[in-house]
Design a protein around this ligand. Structure first.
Ligand code: MRU
Length: 341
């Protein structure tokens, strides 16, 4: 299978190369980000997106601090500012916070000069990237055991190579099932308002030679009722200690519909998405995005200018609706307790 790299070092090693997801599926455009500002903007505007990928991109982005001519007597201070800045580029995915904590731990070590510090940060960011790739593979292997032959799999948003440094989380399970000759067929909810399902999931699955049907989000419940779906599998942006899951807006109604129709509902995520410090989903901060995404979807007027807009990027699915959570360590089943994970 062709490898898609959503985030990597640029060829000259002096930047972060991303596949600009705002352009897909029309154009496959790679951009080299050279400054912390570039990385911050790419994360905020979803040029790079998906919980694991933004953690990896931010970690790599920290190493670019000072490259735009910023002067500082204290080399540690400029990297610390980058950690603070990138750590709040988006609020819901805990992978971002986790990655910034990893980079911060390098900053408290002693170095004889600024180059030594930068080199140690580059090494840490590279470890974060490599670890994410390995976790994706493991999630795929564990998750694929839940996918029967010729399964019809409903998913939401994008949880594949485009959302991670590796082969994905929920989609990793599909990719490994396909490798094992199980011929899964994916039903991808389009995922309003930014269409990560239709623009990104369908694009990368077709690249991987996997059959995919795109549906409007509102069609999911009737598809389940008509017994066209064997299982649902989605990703996560933050998993609370009790197993409540924050993921792309529209995940919660899918889980309700799946429970109503007796269809298993799985979540797949690396351990970097688990947040034992958050006791329940009620404590998770949900990102609210701009009205323009709904009012002028992709350049057309799609709602009256004077209508109020409600545009949360994520929702919380209660643990009670989740059949199992696949991490890179295990297939976890209720009652969930991730305090010690
Ligand atoms: O707003 P996005 O596109 O970054 O949202 C992404 C999701 O909600 C994904 O489902 C989640 O990050 C898991 S990605 C492996």
């Amino acid at each position: 299978m062709e490898v898609i790299r959503a985030v990597a070092w640029s060829n000259d090693g002096a930047g972060v190369r991303i596949l600009d997801q705002r352009e897909l599926p029309e154009r496959e455009v790679y951009r080299d980000l050279r400054t912390v500002d570039d990385v911050d903007e790419a994360i905020r505007t979803l040029a790079v997106r998906g919980a694991p990928a933004i953690g990896v991109a931010a970690a790599m982005g920290v190493t670019l601090a000072g490259g735009d001519g910023e002067r500082s007597d204290d080399p540690t201070a400029k990297f610390a500012r980058a950690v603070d800045r990138l750590g709040c580029a988006r609020p819901t995915a805990v992978n971002l916070t986790w990655a910034m904590q990893r980079m911060s731990r390098v900053l408290v070590r002693r170095f004889s000069n600024a180059n030594g510090l930068r080199q140690a940060l580059v090494e840490e960011a590279t470890r974060i990237l490599d670890e994410d790739r390995a976790m994706c593979r493991r999630i795929g292997e564990l998750g694929s055991t839940l996918i029967p032959e010729r399964a019809r799999v409903l998913t939401h948003c994008n949880t594949g190579a485009l959302a991670t440094a590796g082969i994905g989380t929920a989609l990793a399970a599909v990719y490994v099932a396909a490798e094992c000759g199980k011929h899964p067929h994916v039903y991808a909810g389009e995922t309003r308002p930014l269409l990560q399902g239709s623009r990104l999931t369908a694009w990368e699955l077709r690249r991987g030679g996997i059959d995919v049907t795109v549906l409007v989000d509102g069609a999911a419940a009737s598809l389940m009722r008509d017994r066209e779906i064997d299982l649902c599998i989605v990703g996560a942006d933050r998993i609370a200690a009790n197993g409540d899951v924050a993921n792309k807006i529209g995940t919660y109604p899918l889980a309700i519909a799946a429970a109503h129709h007796g269809i298993p509902f799985y979540v797949a995520a690396p351990t970097t998405t688990f947040d034992p410090a958050t006791r329940t989903g009620a404590e998770i901060l949900i990102e609210q995005r701009g009205a323009g995404e709904v009012r002028e979807g992709f350049g057309r007027v799609t709602a009256p200018a004077d209508a109020e807009i409600y545009n949360p990027a994520f929702d919380v699915t209660p643990a009670s609706l989740i059949t199992a959570i696949v991490s890179d360590r295990d297939v976890h089943r209720a009652p969930y307790n991730f305090v010690g994970i």
